[in-house]
Design a protein around this ligand. Sequence first.
Ligand code: G3P
Length: 213
Amino acid sequence: MKFFIDTADVAQIKKYAHLVDGVTTNPSLIAKSGRSFKEVVKEICEIVDGPISAEVVSLDASGMVKEARELAKIHKNIVIKIPLTDEGIKATKMLSKEGIKTNVTLCFSANQALIAAKADATYVSPFIGRLDDIDNNGMNLIAEIKDIYANYGYKTEIIVASIRSPAQVKQSALIGADIATIPPEVLGQMIKHPLTDIGLQKFLADWEKVPKK
Ligand code: G3P
């Protein structure tokens, strides 16, 4: 399973670079960084050598494709994040033909994910946390997409997005999702265990009792 980090905060990306295989951003995360879009994306590409998702903001396919071509020039690892709308799917098909990688985002249903795969999207991003927020089951959606893609051998990779907890990462791994894009604070929680800290303290205390020559 691959881990992406879901942030445009360069300090956090540097902190967790050793744990991650890629980075996802979105317009909200870019705005939170307080920096210019291209500048921050360029810097992220220098930190992590893996897929870096940068999102278009046009609503029509031709505008999306135009933006995508410009973004793709920034770095070979750039993946174009495109909303799962009718126009977004048209743009995805065009970009796939040009060999530009895409991450179809704002996916909330299995049928939407099926349409993204049929458009040859490189990645699809189902937002599980936002589904849980409205009392839907985000993790069921991941399982459904996984089954559907397996039925037809679609190559589109599933990025579990809108993750809020370490338990959701574990569930994604049990289902066999290709990728989890994880906020930095959740990555930090995943690596910690109180019994690891207690065990280490005990080992170090006992080590002091070992005769030193
Ligand atoms: O990057 C997209 C997604 O992960 C957003 O998450 O927490 O805003 O629903 P969230």
